[in-house]
Design a protein around this ligand. Structure first.
Ligand code: FAD
Length: 593
């Protein structure tokens, strides 16, 4: 079955759920118009469908290959990457000053979903480059920006993000890589990083590593981390490539999925120290890295959406063709699509994907508003909204990618378990998104410990009020096709509200109580907000159709509200039971240890 980039669904969600069209008309992006945005996303969809998607299978079966410090990419990757870069896709949001298109962030996130749907193994390279660009742009000196950004934006060079070490994964306090000041103002970097995505490859002429390391006199913990730019090839005075820097790839990992994406062990400073340049200020590296991490987190959430969408398209095509069992009215065996259980699985897949896409787009537009909104207050409010929604976009969407890809395998039955059908690859690829860029458990902690307390709880209260408004809007229209959507959405909003109040109070009293419910709370947030996104899309479709056309988006919102969002009150109960309930189960772990 041929995969089609879901351009129409993406544009509908951007314009009618996230309100991009309205922001464009209000002048948030100067004289940019919606037609230009639609044509860029349409072109990305064509390129992804025609050129990148055919690489997906070969990327999985052939994988990246390591030999003597060099990594060779699977057949076809280099050629397609060159075409992708030549078309300017590495610079969608980058400033035109450095050769970029200067488009909104949310447009680039939409393109990111498109690249990942076509091949996650391919798309990880741009994802990391984008993060490196973000950090450089926000924190690099003018000289660093001028030297490195143009080539990253043209795609001639790529970027990486080096945080993880064997003893330092979720806990970056334990980072040991070290940096020494050199007399010429540069630094020498020493240490080993693991799991570095696209740390070495043959797609580009140079690789720009952003590396967290510790200066000799730095304070302990994350407050003593600095960020350094370490190029694979040093540059000559005229900017051309010079000597090889003291950094090498010592091997790549053999993984469950994303076989085309080389996950590298990187060794810095074997021969006297890798030359690095400080990005931002000494000991403020984590703050600079966070610029990369926030956009990368949303981008990883969209990987979940992307793989979920692809798994859905694949499963739907199979369910139409595969015949098993009998249904009244069918002379022979019925397509499995006609069986209620398969129908339910497909609706679950589609509605979860659309809900997560909506959440990601809301987050993306909040990021854009945090840069471009007309007043300082509006920019601050948008930044808080983006901060609140980022862990939800990352964790809820990546969890959905995992779940939806698994349901795809289920719809294929035994054939889903056989590699040749491709359903298993989606499941293997999707799994990592819940782990990297801050494991989902860490995202839930971030949401509860830091994000719901933003503006003394005002940011989260506004979000809940927004969900209630949408539920009220659905109720006010009195459209039969929405069924119990308004009621179920209202109940989900109430469950979220009660849980939020409890957590805000528990945080002040006993943080362990709050953290015990962090993951169910994040899931509850995703359900309530995702349900609101679908309802908003349904309302927009109903408004456009004027009662005439089939209301697929209304039906999808109704399915989600009536069949999935009903879990919200149960999740709230789990949150409210706190740490004491969790402790009471401890004997189980002891007995079965
Ligand atoms: C394919 C792949 C690509 C990657 N790419 C990169 C990259 O490009 N750059 C990079 O720097 N890193 C990268 N990583 C590393 C990735 O970000 C880490 O694996 C991730 O942050 C988790 O760290 P860990 O593996 O050490 O797990 P751990 O930190 O050991 O966590 C294990 C489990 O314990 C939980 N846990 C840990 N601490 C806590 C806590 N305080 N409270 C509650 N639960 C906790 C976690 O949620 C998780 O479920 C990559 C990893 C993989 C597998």
């Amino acid at each position: 079955m041929t995969y089609q980039s879901p351009v129409a669904d993406i544009l509908f969600s951007l314009n009618h759920v996230a309100g991009l069209d309205a922001e464009v008309r209000a002048g948030l992006f100067g004289d940019l118009d919606s037609e230009t945005i639609a044509s860029v996303i349409g072109e990305a969809g064509r390129f992804a469908t025609d050129a990148i998607a055919p690489l997906n299978r070969i990327g999985d079966t052939e994988g990246a290959h390591y030999e003597n410090g060099r990594v060779t990419m699977p057949k076809g990757f280099r050629e397609v990457y060159k075409q992708w870069a030549a078309a300017g896709w590495a610079g969608v949001t980058a400033s035109p000053e450095f050769g970029g298109m200067g488009l909104p962030h949310v447009v680039n996130f939409a393109c990111g979903e498109i690249w990942n749907g076509a091949s996650m193994g391919f798309a990880l390279c741009p994802l990391l480059t984008e993060g490196a660009l973000g950090a450089l742009n926000a924190h690099g000196s003018q000289a660093l920006r001028e030297t490195y950004m143009r080539k990253l934006i043209s795609g001639e060079w790529t970027g990486t993000m080096n945080l993880t070490e064997p003893q330092a994964g979720s806990d970056l306090n334990a980072v040991k890589s070290r940096a020494e000041r050199a007399p010429d103002g540069s630094y020498r970097i020493f240490g080993q990083k693991i799991f570095i995505t696209y740390g070495e490859h043959d797609l580009a002429d140079n690789i720009i590593h952003l590396v967290l390391a510790r200066l000799p006199d730095a304070p302990a913990g994350t407050r003593g981390l600095s960020l350094f730019l370490v190029p694979k090839f040093l540059l000559k005075a005229d900017g051309s490539l010079g000597a090889r820097n003291d950094v090498r790839c010592a091997g790549i990992e053999h993984k469950l999925g994303i076989h085309a994406s080389p996950t590298c062990v990187m060794v810095y400073g074997d021969s006297g120290g890798a030359t690095g340049y400080l990005v931002g200020e000494e000991n403020k590296g984590l703050a600079a890295m966070f610029v990369m991490m926030n956009s990368a987190r949303l981008a990883v959430g969209l990987q979940g959406v992307a793989i979920g969408e692809r798994a859905y398209q694949h499963a739907l095509a199979y369910a139409r063709e595969r015949r098993q069992g009998r249904e009244p009215g069918h002379p022979g065996m019925a397509p499995i699509l006609d069986h209620p259980d398969v129908h339910r699985m497909l609706l679950t897949m589609k509605s979860l994907v659309q809900a997560a896409r909506g959440i990601c787009h809301l987050t993306g537009i909040a990021i854009d508003r945090s840069f471009h909104a007309p007043t300082k207050e509006a920019r601050a409010t948008a930044a808080d909204r983006a901060a609140l929604l980022t862990p939800i976009a990352k964790a809820y969407s990546s969890e959905i990618g995992d779940l939806v890809a698994s349901k795809g395998v289920q719809i294929f039955g035994g054939m889903g378990y056989i590699e040749e059908t491709g359903a298993a690859q989606f499941m293997r690829d999707a799994r990592i998104a819940a782990i990297y860029e801050g494991a989902n458990g860490i995202q839930a902690i971030d949401l509860v410990q830091r994000k719901i307390a933003l503006e003394g709880g005002e940011t989260v209260r506004r979000e809940i009020a927004g969900i209630r408004e949408i539920a009220a809007d659905v109720a006010a229209r009195g459209i039969e096709a929405f069924g119990a959507t308004a009621r179920r959405l209202g109940e989900a909003a109430n469950a979220l509200d009660t849980s939020t109040k409890y957590l805000l109070e528990a945080l002040a009293r006993d943080p362990a109580d709050a953290l015990a419910g962090a993951t169910p709370y994040l899931r509850l947030f995703g359900l309530a907000l995702g349900g609101a996104c679908l309802a908003k899309a349904g309302l927009a479709e109903q408004g456009q159709a004027n009662g005439a056309a089939p209301l697929g988006r209304v039906a999808l919102a109704r399915f989600f509200a009536e069949k999935l969002a009903t879990a919200a009150p149960g999740l709230a109960e789990t949150v409210l039971s706190g740490d004491a309930a969790l402790k009471s189960y401890e004997s189980a772990l002891q007995e079965f240890a």
